[in-house]
Design a protein around this ligand. Structure first.
Ligand code: HT7
Ligand code: ZN
Length: 874
């Protein structure tokens, strides 16, 4: 497959001003007629006789008509990429008639069938599977869409914009006509048709307009839409309050579908969602689910401005809309819930997905320079690191300067398709500053490593801080430049108060900052709030970390200090475990004093009632196995698992009374509400239960069994089931069987059951997964099922995925090969875990590479999977 390069960007030769589409919907043969009002592009100087190119893939082309004259087959050419003909003039009307087969569309790109409903997914390049069109985001047109369908099976007919006509047709069919007044790129087109239930509400905008809000779901799910609807209304209000941005149509629709490649899609006024990010009822959804629904509903809604009103010039600019919109949804969640807890969650996600990506074979800049398949670039780097870049702008400019920049960006570019440079320029112009060095974050891949050295001069009452930065080479980028970044710091006095709290701007490879008036030797709190997305290599003494855990006024860094201490402790124990041949008790023998000090600090956090419960729950969770793997080379998954499990056991035993108190004190008889405070209480109680069970005392497994049986909400039930899941306890099978029976017909909830078993630390896990593949509810055609069972195994079960005999790798590669023929996009997204071979010992690395090569040898491998597997094996 060919690489597409950012530097080769050319304006379109011809643009489309208006599109009229007519769909005759049928599961097997859908007829699509399109009328394109086209014009030569003055910027390119094209005109009559020049070649017009329309993208198109996997369709049957029935006819091409230009200015009402049907073309003979010799007047156009069609290949695997699209259709070419000569322009009949500067302005002309092109009419195309195509046939597609939605029921056979297992890729879930373009028009497909989910359950019995028709739906579309056009980002990034799905529209070219519906009709021939210049399917690129810088071609923006208005759309008028007519949908004809069987009235009984498809009573609901939806597209973007406003409904302008509808009525009955012969033969049991009916039609609806939708018109979207806002010019949009083809990736924002959507169509949904099916027998769906509708939940309705409304929102009054800041200028007093009433907007009808509708959520469409499968019949029977109407009572699971309240939280999504409430989240939507809160998002609309927040965008008005914080960004001054108002919704621009009188209708906003959300449709939940079961088969979806990603989380959700921001099609103009017709968002399509993976059902798991809409449906929630206390007995079916956990607090984590509620939280994700809130943030994804907000994310898609925020795209109405950051993505739809102002869109991307080309797909290399994807972070223009995604980085900005992730930052917006993170801030929305921080305002709705606890700001520090939200930051911890976001940084955990960044470290779990983006830092490894930036350190591996698939590393790429926030604004990539080339791709084979754009679907492979919906990555943690484009999304999460892109959001960190916007966050740094926010920190450097302050809230007012940031808002000035945002206002200018939307004023200047409303209705346009623009670049990341245009965004940065608006920020610069509104604030009269220079972001040229900061913009390197767009183009330079890799996570910078920072080290610091502090020196206190008691006589001068001065603290000198030297910060150095270095970024390791990444594929294609051997030399890195120093980056510009804000570093928030605090200098703590012995009583724990801030002697200094400031944000400094690092821009050189090594730079000194001097703080005057520091009256005593301070403890440094570095990179507060994770102000810059970097790794820090300086080791701070244990006692300073304990001090920060108990005193830092920056809650994020209180948590961070605990994570650092725990990581350090576990890394030494892992090294000892390996050195002594796998004796976990011996591994901790030399660490007793440090373990005791750490446990005492954990106890102080657990019992500190001044701290938010959600924060305490987070602060008590040890860094995960995947994170620890990133800190070791070669990573030894068995040693990591054994040491982490042993430390949890020690903490559970040492703090057994405290955890038991916490568990009992945080029981609640009140009816479930999904608010952050109640969720924090449940999270703390779940953490206590997990440690009590980890302590190994049998009585607590019985407590978990009892909790599973009596809980009136899914959060408490899953908390119990997750701890039972790793045990050899009869209660495990009984609870799993009960869960399966209760939710046999509930796809979204049953996925939790598949995932739990895929992530179990028990030795029979892989055999169980193989059995579960023949479960009646499992199918490789549904991405949620594949992610729940197969994806969860590779990403959530490092010990078994990396089994020494290579059985985990072989099983996984078989599934990717099978999946590639069904849904290449999902197959490619799941391939990354095999690409981490360089982190492991030679034996494992060879086995992982052999599987990648086996995948690459697959006949007719997709472009999607080829790109990931070939870059990973290199
Ligand atoms: N902008 C949306 C991305 C998306 C997507 C991309 C490729 C293939 C399928 C997809 N579904 C959704 C989602 C978002 O970031 O809001
Ligand atoms: Zn998005």
């Amino acid at each position: 497959p060919q690489e597409i390069r950012r530097e080769d960007y050319k304006e379109p030769g011809f643009i489309v001003e208006k599109v009229e589409l007519v769909f005759d919907l049928d599961r097997d043969v859908t007829n699509v007629k399109s009328r394109l009002f086209m014009a030569a592009n003055p910027v390119r100087g094209t005109g009559k006789g020049d070649e017009v190119f329309l993208h198109g893939e996997d369709m049957k082309l029935l006819s091409v008509t230009l200015n009402e004259a049907r073309l003979a087959s010799s007047d156009f050419t069609v290949d695997q990429e699209g259709l070419r003909f000569k322009a009949p003039g500067q302005n002309f009307i092109a009419e195309l008639e195509t046939q597609i087969s939605p029921a056979n569309n297992t890729r879930l790109e373009g028009l497909y069938v989910s359950q019995s409903a028709f739906c579309t997914q056009c980002e990034a390049e799905g529209f070219r599977r519906i009709t021939y069109f210049p399917d690129r985001p810088d071609v923006m047109a208005t759309y008028k869409v007519t949908i004809n369908a069987n009235k009984e099976s498809c009573p609901v007919l939806l597209s973007n914009g406003n409904l302008i006509d509808s009525g009955d047709l012969d033969g049991g069919r009916h039609f609806a006509v939708w018109e979207d007044p806002f010019p949009k790129p083809s990736y924002l087109f959507a169509l949904v048709a099916g027998d769906l239930a509708c939940v309705e509400d409304s929102f009054k905008t800041m200028s007093g307009r009433d907007v009808a809000l509708r959520i469409f779901v499968e019949h029977g799910n109407e009572d699971r839409c309240d939280y999504a609807m409430d989240s939507l209304k809160r998002s609309m209000k927040w965008d008005e309050d914080v960004y001054g941005l108002e919704y621009d149509l009188d209708l906003f629709n959300i449709v939940a579908v079961s088969d979806f490649n990603m989380g959700a899609m921001e099609n103009k006024s017709l968002n399509v969602f993976n059902a798991k990010f809409v449906l929630a009822r206390p007995d079916t959804a956990t607090d984590g689910d509620y939280e994700r629904i809130e943030s994804i509903v907000a994310h898609e809604y925020f795209h109405n401005w950051s993505g739809n009103r102002v869109t991307c010039r080309d797909w290399f600019q994807l972070s223009l809309k995604e980085g900005l919109t992730v930052f917006r949804d993170q801030e929305f969640s921080a305002d709705q819930r606890s700001r520090p807890v939200q930051r911890i969650k976001d940084v955990n996600a960044l470290r779990a997905a983006q830092f490894p990506e930036d350190a591996g074979p698939l590393a790429h800049p926030v604004r990539p320079d080339s791709y084979m398949e754009i679907n492979n670039f919906y990555t943690a780097t484009v999304y999460e690191k892109g959001a960190e870049l916007i966050r740094m702008m926010h920190t450097l400019l302050g809230p007012d300067g940031y808002r000035k920049g945002i206002d200018l960006y939307f004023d200047r570019h409303d209705g346009q398709a623009v670049t990341c440079d245009d965004f940065a320029k608006a920020m610069e112009d509104a604030n009269g500053i220079d972001f040229s060095q900061l913009k390197l974050w767009y183009s330079q891949a890799g996570t910078p490593k920072l080290s610091w050295q502090g020196e206190y001069d008691a006589d001068a009452k001065q603290y000198r801080l030297t910060i150095s930065q270095k970024t390791d080479p990444t594929p294609g980028q051997p030399d890195k430049k120093p980056l510009h970044m804000p570093i928030s710091i605090g200098l703590l006095g012995a009583d724990g108060s801030d002697l200094v709290a400031e944000t400094v701007e690092l821009s050189e490879a090594s730079q000194e900052f001097v703080f005057d008036g520091v009256t005593e030797a301070p403890v440094l709190s570095f990179n507060r709030g994770f102000s810059a997305p970097v790794n820090i290599t300086t080791d701070q003494p244990d006692d300073e970390l304990v001090f920060l855990m108990g005193n830092d006024s920056d809650a994020f860094n209180r948590w961070e200090a605990g994570q650092k201490y725990a990581t350090r402790l576990m890394l030494s124990a892992i090294a000892a475990y390996e050195a002594n041949g796998g004796d976990v008790d011996a591994a901790f023998a030399d660490e007793q004093a440090r373990v005791d000090a750490f446990i005492a600090a954990m106890r102080a956090t657990l019992t500190n009632d001044d701290l938010d419960k959600a924060f305490r729950a987070d602060a008590l969770v040890l860094p995960g196995e995947a994170f620890l793997s990133e800190q070791r080379k070669p990573a030894n998954p068995e040693a990591i698992y054994q040491v982490r499990t042993a430390l949890r056991k020690r903490i559970g035993q040492a703090l057994s009374d405290d955890f038991a108190n916490t568990y009992h004190q945080n029981a609640s008889n009140a009816a479930f509400t999904p608010d952050a405070t109640s969720a924090g209480q449940r999270a703390l109680r779940a953490t206590a239960l997990a440690y009590l069970v980890a302590s190994g005392a049998d009585e607590f497994a019985d407590v978990a069994v009892a909790q599973y049986g009596t809980a009136d909400n899914m959060t408490d039930q899953m908390a119990a089931l997750s701890v039972l899941n790793n045990l050899d306890h009869p209660g495990r099978e009984t609870a799993l069987a009960d869960f399966e029976e209760r939710f046999a017909n509930d796809a979204v909830v049953l996925d939790k059951w598949f995932s739990l078993q895929a992530m179990s630390s028990r030795d029979d896990t892989l055999a169980r997964i193989k059995d579960l593949m023949s479960h009646p509810a499992f199918t490789m055609r549904n991405p949620n099922k594949v992610r729940a069972l197969i994806g969860a195994f590779a990403m959530g079960n490092p010990r078994h995925f990396h089994a020494k005999d290579g059985s985990g790798y072989a099983f996984y590669a078989d599934r990717l090969i099978e999946l590639d023929d069904i849904n290449p996009q999902v197959a490619a997204r799941l391939c990354a875990p095999l690409g981490k071979w360089a982190k492991y010992d030679v034996d494992r690395a060879d086995k992982m590479k052999a599987e990648l090569n086996r995948i690459l040898a697959k006949p007719e491998i997709s472009r999607d999977l080829y790109e990931i597997a070939s870059k990973s094996v290199a």
